[in-house]
Design a protein around this ligand. Structure first.
Ligand code: SAJ
Length: 407
């Protein structure tokens, strides 16, 4: 039996996927309400195919509990935030999970850390815990790092098809864990050592952050000369070895906007391009606010309460708001005492989290003159004609209506 610890965005789908492929799974989470919800037969977030997978897993006997189980294999999928000042990883949740596992596990157990961790985290923050407890690594406890790679919005497909990395101290343990993942994963599974697996995961997301930063910097450069960045990228991408990504209002989510900081925190002075990319991407919400200000001046819209933000999540068709550019914009506006004036709407966010949040697209559009498109949800893409008589700032290049303003 495998005990999956932490049933969030990664842990839950992974536990369900393994269970539905015949592995005996108990999912454990310290959040009582979350366990109650799952035991009541409901999932805790929206994701294509998740409800069906949940049903399959329930039918094949998955169990959910707040209690750590006595077994020989654990998969830890708890959050790994970073310290906002030092930029280094805060491994407290991983450490707490490992400590709890060591209270109940059988001799020779394998603890797989799936959570994204900065290079060296297992050496610095996990091995000492195991040794303090008097356990011998390799005999009493085996440590493995098997970072996830799935993208919110396409998680189930990617769980099945993505290649994976498994880092272990010994080939034998690595292959053993590879067998579990092979029960459902159709991609290639590379077995390597733990530090290589840690570094690989973090640099993958950093690669993407740097590439998005390049597109965002181009948007700023082109804006300063009134050039169309999208047309320029479209033409440049015809070059056989060029593939520039899309500018946007910033980089949200809990991966790409977080992982590069681990490298900046751990390798100060060396992680230069990485730091520059982070700064560029973090500056985008502010850049959008400047665009809004300019467009309001140009179109003589003076009333901030007639400005509407479409989209609260960090990207399209998900209900995840972590590090969302829209929230960052609202936070900045709050400092200038106008954060509670602007109207905000997102079809994926049903609960009220900010003042002036609206819950009906038509009512939202009725209430505003300037619509800022911050997230390209399918809902708005399918209803573009409703924006016809509005001033539009499109930060995602999803609207072709004449007169649309862009980044
Ligand atoms: N974005 C742009 N322009 C682009 C692409 C993305 O502005 O051209 C923005 C998005 O709007 C979003 C952010 O970047 O705010 C990140 O979105 P994403 O869809 O690129 O990635 P995530 O954060 O949803 O998921 C990522 C994935 N990593 C990579 O693509 C390298 C996923 O594969 C990882 O497993 C996941 O992070 C993770 O957990 O690390």
């Amino acid at each position: 039996m495998i005990n999956v610890i932490g049933l969030g965005y990664i842990g839950l789908p992974t536990a369900l996927m393994m269970a539905s492929h015949g592995i005996e799974i108990v999912g454990t989470d310290c959040n009582k309400e979350l366990i109650q919800t799952l035991n009541a037969g409901k999932t805790t977030f929206k994701e294509d195919g998740l409800d069906e997978l949940f049903q399959d897993a329930v039918n094949t006997g998955i169990k959910f509990s707040t209690v750590y189980q006595e077994t020989d294999t654990y998969i830890v999928t708890v959050p790994t935030p970073y310290d906002v000042f030092s930029k280094k990883i805060d491994a407290k949740y991983v450490q707490a999970a490992v400590k709890c596992v060591m209270e109940v596990c059988l001799k020779g157990s394998i603890i797989v850390i799936e959570s994204t961790i900065s290079p060296g985290t297992i050496d610095k923050h996990v091995r000492p815990l195991v040794e303090e407890k008097g356990f011998i690594i390799g005999q009493d406890i085996n440590l493995v790092h098997a970072p996830e790679r799935i993208i919110p919005g396409n998680m189930i497909y990617e769980l099945l098809h993505n290649n994976r990395t498994i880092g272990a101290d010994s080939r034998e343990i690595g292959e053993k864990i590879k067998n579990f993942y092979s029960s459902f994963c159709q991609g290639e599974i590379v077995v390597t050592d733990i530090c290589t697996a840690e570094m690989t995961k973090v640099i993958e997301n950093t690669y993407r952050d740097i590439n998005i930063a390049y597109a965002n910097e181009l948007a700023k450069i082109c804006r300063s000369d009134n050039l169309d960045v999208y047309e320029i990228i479209r033409i440049a991408n015809k070059h056989p070895r060029v593939n520039i990504l899309s500018p946007g209002p910033g980089v949200g989510g809990h991966c790409i906007s977080v992982d590069p900081w681990f490298l900046v925190g751990d390798y100060p002075g060396l992680a230069n391009i990485i730091l520059a990319a982070r700064k560029i991407n973090d500056s985008m919400p502010e850049f959008v606010l400047e665009r809004i200000y300019d467009i309001m001046k140009e179109t003589r819209i003076t009333d901030v309460s007639r400005v509407g933000f479409y989209g609260l999540t960090y990207k399209e068709n998900v209900d995840d708001m972590r590090e969302s550019p829209t929230l960052q914009m609202l936070e900045t506006m709050e400092k200038h005492l106008c954060g509670n004036l602007v109207k905000v709407y997102d079809p994926f966010i049903e609960i009220d989290i900010i003042p002036n949040q609206m819950h009906d697209l038509d009512e939202f559009l009725e209430a505003v003159d300037l619509v800022v498109l911050l997230v390209g949800h399918d809902e708005i893409k399918n209803n573009m004609d409703k924006l016809k008589d509005k001033v539009i700032l499109d930060t995602r290049k999803i609207c072709d209506l004449e007169g649309t303003y862009r980044l």
